[in-house]
Design a protein around this ligand. Structure first.
Ligand code: PLP
Length: 391
């Protein structure tokens, strides 16, 4: 049987056994509706409030500042639309970076149609937002700045504390999409001057379909989903009790393991990067210094990303690419293009994101297989033409 190595942890992670164990009672026996007054309802309510307290403590927030949602996408939508609609009398200008996740970019495209003005900030060749560019972009009518904590494709970590200071001094709301960093990097919403922060459970060995939005007390924000007034009136809909309980458990374990696990992953990551860069015409995408501990993103010139992923899959390795074909659009990843990559490099990008079950021997296997595949793919497509690749 072929070896199976999962190296796509930025996409999603398996649920931990301990997390499933914690969730099961809330599906089988403690299944009450948390809004019900009887004891079934009360125990479900207590489980939610307990989870809220645990999660709030991890980011130095108050429990009443945590709104449970269906995940990162919903949290991002609520943050951006909620602030935009509640503050349009103050201004209609929002600033984001060019490398935000689609949950942010496409929400901004929607807001543009509603009359809001969006500035898409350039990033440098490593994917970092410039503080002076940000200062220059701020206008009298700017109501919100949204910059992700770390990028999901290239793993670049942004100077959130410095950005927070700038926003606070101009009295502008500051949101950060921390889907890739919650429980992987330290987060202190007060130190970072954050008004809003998005996180998701399925990136940290928790269940899919649950996340939260931190909303600083006093922030003027409108709900985008209306109904029975759940989650302090910010997000109506019967709460996903097992999901929330599982999310809190996963977060507890991940934050406890964080320092040790990050050090372990960094070693594996650096070995992988070093070996992959020995391949001819390869380049590292993103920053070496300000980078998530589990992220490797390398481009192989004149290799088609989708073929690379399929060839790796045939060898039991699960990875990802920013190539156009795999993302079902003609353009290669907007993130790689924002770094200034030529299409011939952007099409040949490979993202390997490591996780708790990856061991040294997996790295050995991958660094043996990838050079062989790259060579084979280059041999079969000597007249590589990035422009015609997806036609
Ligand atoms: N933001 C970032 C940076 C992400 O990486 C993702 C998921 O890949 C999301 C938002 C969306 O999160 P979810 O899958 O929980 O909707």
């Amino acid at each position: 049987m072929t070896k199976q190595i999962y190296m796509d942890h930025a996409a999603t992670t398996p649920v931990r056994k301990e997390v499933v164990k914690e969730m099961l009672p809330y599906m089988l026996k403690k299944f009450g509706n948390p809004s019900s007054l009887h004891s079934f309802g009360k125990e479900a309510r207590e489980a939610i409030e307990d989870s809220r307290r645990k999660i709030a403590r991890m980011i130095n927030a108050g429990p009443e500042e945590i709104i449970f949602t269906s995940g990162g996408t919903e949290s991002d939508n609520l943050a951006l639309k909620g602030i935009a609609f509640a503050n349009k009398d103050k201004g209609n200008h929002i600033i984001i970076s060019k490398i935000e996740h689609d949950a942010i970019v496409n929400t901004c495209r929607y807001l543009e149609k509603q009359g809001f003005k969006i500035t898409y900030l350039d990033v440098n060749s490593e994917g970092i937002v410039g503080l002076n560019e940000l200062k220059r972009a701020i206008r009298k009518d700017t109501i919100l700045v949204s910059i992700m904590h770390a990028n999901n494709e290239i793993g670049t970590i942004q100077p959130i504390e410095e950005i927070g200071k700038i926003c606070a001094s101009r009295k502008i709301y500051f949101h950060s999409d921390a889907v890739q960093t919650f429980c992987k990097e330290k987060i202190d919403v007060k130190k970072m001057n954050l008004s809003l922060l998005s996180a998701s459970s399925h990136k940290i060995y928790g269940p899919k379909g649950v996340g939260f939005l931190y909303i600083k007390k006093g922030t003027e924000i409108s709900p985008i989903q209306h109904g029975g007034g759940h989650e302090f009136g910010m997000r109506s809909g019967t709460e996903n009790v097992p999901g929330i309980v599982g999310f809190a458990k996963a977060a507890e374990i991940a934050s406890e393991n964080m320092p040790k696990e990050n050090a372990r992953l960094k070693k594996l990551r650096d070995k992988l990067i070093k070996e992959l860069l020995k391949i001819k015409d390869s380049r590292l995408n993103g920053s070496m210094k300000n980078r998530l501990s589990n992220n490797v993103n390398v481009s192989f010139r004149a290799v088609e990303g989708e073929s690379l992923i399929l060839s790796l899959d045939a060898k039991g390795i699960a990875a990802s690419t920013g190539s156009a074909c795999s993302s079902r659009s003609l353009e290669p990843s907007h993130v790689l293009m924002a770094l200034g990559l030529k299409p011939i490099d952007a099409h040949g990008s490979l993202r390997l994101t490591l996780g708790k079950d990856n061991k040294e021997e997996d790295i050995e296997y991958v660094i043996k297989i990838i050079p062989e595949i790259v060579e084979k793919l280059r041999r079969f497509s000597p007249k590589f033409d990035a422009g015609s690749i997806c036609k």
